[in-house]
Design a protein around this ligand. Sequence first.
Ligand code: MEV
Length: 426
Amino acid sequence: MTDNSELQGFYKLSMEERREILKKATSLTDEEVGTIANTGGLPAEVADHMIENVVGGYTYPLGVATNFRINGKDYLVPMALEEPSVVAAASNAAKMARVKGGFTVTNTGPVMIGQIQVVNVPNPEAARGKLVAKKAEILKKANDQDPMLVSLGGGAKDMNVKVLSSLKGPMVIAELIVNTGDAMGANAVNTMAEAVAPLVEEITGGRVFLRIISNLADRRLVRASAIFDKEAIGGEEVVDGVVYAYAFADADPYRCATHNKGIMNGVIAVGIACGQDIRALEAGAHSYAARTGTYKPLTIWEKNKDGDLVGKLEMPMAVGLVGGAAKTHPAARADIKVLGVKTAIELAEVMGAVGLAQNFAALRALASEGIQRGHMKLHAHNVASSAGATGELIDIVAAKLIEEKKIRFDRAKELVAELSKKGNSE
Ligand code: MEV
């Protein structure tokens, strides 16, 4: 907490100087400043150039999900997140999927949309026609911005123009359709959109305001599917339970938000580990889920004629391997190496499979024993550790909390005090 958040010239200082100021402004202890200063696997000078006003780093645990077999290939999947049970659930689901061959994933290619908003157009329909007539010229201008991408087979491939009726009257929206190759593509697309804007103004006689990528990446989809053998997942009852869980999500947005959140548990954890723009992934996923005007599940679950469970996922997956933190963050580079993906679409496909696995694991648990038993075990370890237990004491305190069915910080503190005293006097 601080009394004054106006830190003049803060951005010009070194990280160390910023920490000094922060310490004075917020009464952080030396130990707390030391914790913040630690940039983990990210060299301090790299961190200092990634964002502004950098004072240190923030580290998540990195887990590795096992058992994934995707399109006939095995993967070890790095996942960075704070939530217990997610990595175990993904590994477990992937193990069950292996029984029937693992996951099959396809994709629609790395295609993003860049939007150019034109207002004050005297005749919007006529302007639309004029833009369409000058499409080749506009695409050339866009592609001149990124000869490297074009040389690799990417670039602006097409342009759509639509007329929207809005709160402020009609507006013309030109949409560049860009193959972004191995990049997530925000930089490439935004540069193109900004570059063509003057030409778009000249053609339409209107005024351009926004020139920006759309995160509703509905031309950059992954489609993952898997068959889960009924015996391997616990019998026909579980199959039915998962299908009912899906029907619930399909019928009710309150449930559907949580259903899709479970998918994103996996997608985002891999996204963080691999240095992706996870805000873009979330925006893409949820806007795609709501594209019909009703918020819907990103997966479908059905029983096939053999009584096995069939899961299918379809969602946008705008990820990249060149540019951004995937290249600058050494831990992200190492994680991508663990995964062994060679292209952005391969990364997208793996993330789609992980999303489907995560959703399956959640629905299976919810439709049978519930998720709290597994969660609570890990939660108890977290509580024990934050109450000051270290080493073996974490397991002992956690076991006691579970036994007493009181997984609470105050009880953990009492146990740590009691057991440490006992340990010291023995
Ligand atoms: C918890 O992080 C995720 C779940 O709530 C997902 C779901 O309910 O499907 C278990």
